[in-house]
Design a protein around this ligand. Structure first.
Ligand SMILES: Cc1cc2nc3c(=O)[nH]c(=O)nc-3n(C[C@H](O)[C@H](O)[C@H](O)COP(=O)(O)OP(=O)(O)OC[C@H]3O[C@@H](n4cnc5c(N)ncnc54)[C@H](O)[C@@H]3O)c2cc1C
Length: 379
């Protein structure tokens, strides 16, 4: 390892808490720990030169679900679990904004739309049937003072869409700049005294005598507690966790002269999504078309998904002007059979929080905070 005395006695000295993974969850956990116990040593280890999970690869929707997503999710769990998750998403967004500041993360409460094609008339009708129901049900959980969902078909022409029959508007959705959010989180954590090391992949850990011995590629560090926040990659450290990876692929266009909308959009139950950012369109999704293929932790793009994104973009979103694609990327999410994230004490001194089910902008802050509180409660 060729480590000097100085490296061992300063950078790699024993820590009170070691957090693994510098995504939104790990960073919020670090911030919460340092705020609660300023004099403790909190070390955050990130394997890559930048955070390289989902938190820097996402679409930046500040959302809690479109109507068709809500219908699907309500069917998959009890009503109390469903309402609790919606509330967590809403509170999580508010915690994110109040911790970092709306301006710092370029938060825009622009509202969001769900699109329906003529072929989706059944799905649309199911959503319309539930519109007033969700407006009433969710009102108090998100503190809404005006109707949450409303029909917005009149805007289809103004937005320049083709082959879209209906739009449902969600007045309580917004967008952020995910890059700015992550930079602000890192700055906040460092300001509080969290020590963040990039290029520090954790390979293993062992608990013994009330200590956790953490081994990385080229380092070792001891801590009183380890907090694992590596999301879709967590099975490397805890093999039996109930998580399934889901790759999200994204395209961004070259600058476009006249984008006719400033909002967020969902299509096919949220599996496709797009928005404007600067003077470009960011579009992603399509996992539903190739589910098995996309249950992968491999960060790469595939032709079949990119083709489906381009078809939506060229045929329906911007049919009347020449659009050029600039580049594509992918990121990995973690899903499971329950809507709630996993936040638990895994073993003595070992805590884990993962699986925001593709909604970590909304859920990540609260999930990280809860992880830290769990570790703090055990003192
Ligand atoms: C394409 C895409 C679009 C999305 N769009 C949205 C959206 O619009 N709105 C929304 O709410 N959510 C969205 N999400 C989901 C959201 O980004 C995630 O739920 C959230 O970022 C998860 O945060 P996390 O901290 O749990 O995990 P991550 O951000 O994945 O962080 C885990 C970190 O752990 C690191 N790591 C992994 N293994 C190790 C190791 N062994 N040692 C050290 N470090 C390690 C990784 O490099 C990574 O930085 C999207 C996700 C993707 C991929």
């Amino acid at each position: 390892m060729n480590l000097s005395y100085w490296e061992k006695s300063s950078f790699l000295a024993d820590a009170d808490y070691v957090i693994v993974g510098a995504g939104i969850v790990g960073l919020f956990a670090a911030i919460t720990l340092k705020k609660a116990q300023p004099s403790t040593r909190v070390v955050l280890l990130e394997r890559s030169f930048l955070p390289s999970g989902a938190s820097t690869k996402n679409a930046g929707f500040a959302c809690f679900g479109s109507i068709s997503e809500l219908i699907e999710q309500e069917q998959a769990c009890s009503k109390s679990e469903f309402l609790s998750v919606i509330q967590q998403r809403w509170q999580g967004l508010n915690l994110l904004i109040s911790t970092l500041g709306a301006e710092q993360i370029a938060f825009e409460p622009c509202g969001g739309y769900e699109l329906f094609t003529p072929e989706e008339s059944e799905l649309y009708q199911a959503c319309i049937d539930k519109l007033n129901y969700y407006n009433d049900l969710l009102k108090e959980h998100i503190g809404a003072t005006a109707p949450i969902f409303s029909i917005a078909d009149q805007r289809i022409k103004e937005f320049g869409f083709k082959g879209i029959a209906h739009l449902i508007f969600n007045a309580y959705e917004g967008k952020i700049d995910a890059g700015k959010m992550m930079q602000a989180l890192i700055a906040k954590a460092r300001n509080l005294g969290v020590e963040i090391f990039f290029g520090a992949e954790v390979l293993d850990y062992q608990t013994q005598n009330n200590q956790v011995k953490i081994s990385g590629k080229n380092f070792e560090i001891n801590a009183k507690k380890i907090l694992i926040a590596t999301n879709a990659f967590a099975k490397q450290l805890i093999p039996n966790l109930s998580i399934v990876p889901g790759r999200g692929q994204v395209l961004i266009t070259k600058p476009i002269q006249n984008i006719q909308f400033n909002s967020t959009f969902h299509y096919q139950k949220g599996y496709f999504y797009f928005r404007n950012i600067d003077n470009r369109i960011l579009i992603g999704g399509g996992r539903n078309l190739f589910f098995e293929q996309e249950q992968s932790t491999e960060m790469r793009n595939t032709e079949n998904i990119l083709t489906s994104l381009k078809t939506l973009l060229f045929d329906k979103i911007c049919p009347d002007q020449p659009i050029e694609i600039d580049y594509a990327w992918s990121g990995i999410m973690a899903f499971g059979d329950q809507l709630q994230p996993i936040i638990e004490k895994f073993a003595e001194g070992v805590y884990v929080a993962v699986r925001c089910n593709g909604m970590g902008i909304a859920m990540g802050s609260k999930t990280g905070e809860s992880l830290a509180k769990l570790a703090l409660a055990a003192n």
